[in-house]
Design a binder for this molecule. Structure first.
Ligand code: ADP
Length: 158
């Protein structure tokens, strides 16, 4: 669509976009790591959702901000509490693959009322390798990208 001068956002183009074009790097912690470690990782890596992996590096769980807040309230011993006891665990994790449509991943975020999906490889017996991350921020960036690629000079609001 380079050079297109129409004023419409190309809806058909949005529908074709794949997760793999927009996914970001996943931040993972080990299921034996402590809640304290996970909170540190969330701040250091500047993400709102952490993915938890087992010893074989397979997806085991998800940790949201509120999961960590809930575990922290009135709890003195975050360094000895493993994340495995508070995480949302497999098989109750909503995932996507790099070949899924971005709009399908966006719909899942809304439907399941979650902020992030792990992008995974492999489907046999839920043995997922975590290869990426898509979040509500990913969707916001994709929206801006798509509009700007349609209107290359449209970013100037001065
Ligand atoms: P927060 O809890 O900070 O509002 P979310 O809305 O993303 O953040 O998470 C809500 C709940 O859903 C949390 O308990 C979290 O562990 C869980 N959750 C987050 N992402 C997923 C996912 N991809 N699949 C299943 N559960 C998830």
């Amino acid at each position: 669509f380079t050079g297109k001068t129409g004023t419409e956002v190309p809806l058909a183009t949005i529908k074709e976009r794949k997760v793999g074009e927009y996914q970001s790097i996943p931040v993972v912690v080990d299921e034996s790591d402590s809640v304290y470690d996970a909170i540190s990782a969330m701040f250091l890596e500047d993400v709102g959702t952490l993915f938890v992996v087992d010893r074989a590096s397979r997806l085991a769980g998800v940790l949201s901000r509120k999961d960590l807040l809930r575990a922290s309230i009135g709890n003195q011993d975050l360094e000895s509490m493993p994340v495995s006891i508070i995480m949302t665990r497999m098989p109750n994790i909503t995932v996507c693959t790099k070949d899924d449509l971005l709009i399908e991943a966006a719909s899942l975020l809304i439907e399941r009322q979650i902020d992030a999906l792990p992008v995974v490889n492999g489907t046999d017996h839920h043995q997922y390798e975590v290869v990426g991350r898509v979040t509500k921020t990913t969707m916001t960036k994709a929206l801006v990208d798509l509009v700007q690629s349609e209107h290359p000079l449209g970013g100037d609001r001065s």
